[in-house]
Design a protein around this ligand. Sequence first.
Ligand code: UD1
Ligand code: UDP
Length: 365
Amino acid sequence: MPGSIVTVLGARPQFVKAATVSRALAAAGLRESIVHTGQHYDSAMSAVFFEELGIPAPTHHLGIGSGSHGAQTGAMLAAIERVLVESRPDAVLVYGDTNSTVAGALAAAKLQVPVAHVEAGLRSFNRRMPEELNRIATDHLSTWLFCPTATSVRNLAAEGIGAAGDRIARQVCEVGDVMFDATRHFGALAAERARVGGSLELEPGSFVLATIHRAENTDDHSRLVRIVEALRRLAEAQRVIWPVHPRTRKQLASGEAGSLGEVEAIDPVGYLDMLWLERHARVVMTDSGGVQKEAFFAGVPCVTVRDETEWVELVESGWNRIAPPDGSCDLAAVVDAATPGDPGFAPYGNGDASRRIAETLADEG
Ligand code: UD1
Ligand code: UDP
């Protein structure tokens, strides 16, 4: 009898990760129900991914929406608990580091339902980031810790998880990165179906692609002003395409971050269009975790507008450079100077992370 899994998700990057993992769970004979917390709810932040990527429709939609960290996470916790009490799955699966992740993990662990964490072991070592707190809590609550990289396995060992003498029954598995699986799985479809290149009349290899949404950038006025200024300067000499996250759109609406000049600030795009933009950009400037990796998968250099990154191997291999928007560097100049890194570098597995996760869970079912 195959095991039953409840997957708890709610934010954009989790839909992308679920696109290949849900397929693999079904192929391994596991019964999966998806619980959507409603953390992201705009059609361009949620529905478009389910439609384009064929993710199974959620069995429960909790409709929690936005709120302060405590209010949002607390509302999720109560609602997820009700679903788990009713459905009693064999395991709960969560992705990444959002409030939906930690709410799913805590609700499950308190009910003695084992937790599988996909993208375990990532650390920025910056505890001012809400995501870092979510990662630490989720990893320590999990039974299966599916790590994307060797670094993430080491980070867990440094906290005693899966290290010699660990007294808790749990499994740390380095499986590779499920976003790499997704890029490979949907690459051909993106080439065929993406419309953004045509609709914006973009010339491949000629534009800067930007995404910005981290609270540390959007909610800090001086950092956001520097980012906008850098993009505006870049747009004087080339096209700059910026699909704007709703958190950032709110901050830009007041106009206090300064003029966008020629920057093309567009609505968030679907994943297939995003893959096209990444593949054909000259350079990517971002504070997104997923987009840093996808730039590398596309063979495009990346500038990360943060003080640090969890994906340290991309910096070491020359594909990514850290450019904090704190006045310590000329952001536009760093973007203009960015070049590709080591062409033979392949730290994110073989594109079979989703299958390995599903097979590990099925073996336990
Ligand atoms: C969340 C995650 C972050 C992840 C990001 C992916 C947390 C703490 N943060 O950040 O780790 O990188 O998702 O995109 O979980 N909003 C809308 N429409 C939506 C969704 C959000 O208008 O569909 C606006 C609301 O004003 C909301 C704000 O964006 O208050 C922030 O949304 P929230 O989900 O709290 O955090 P993100 O910044 O999206
Ligand atoms: N993404 C997208 N459209 C956009 C911006 C991002 O499809 O307009 C995708 C991107 O390709 C990646 C994921 O969303 O797969 C990354 O999500 P995000 O940057 O919101 O979160 P993070 O990875 O930083 O947690």
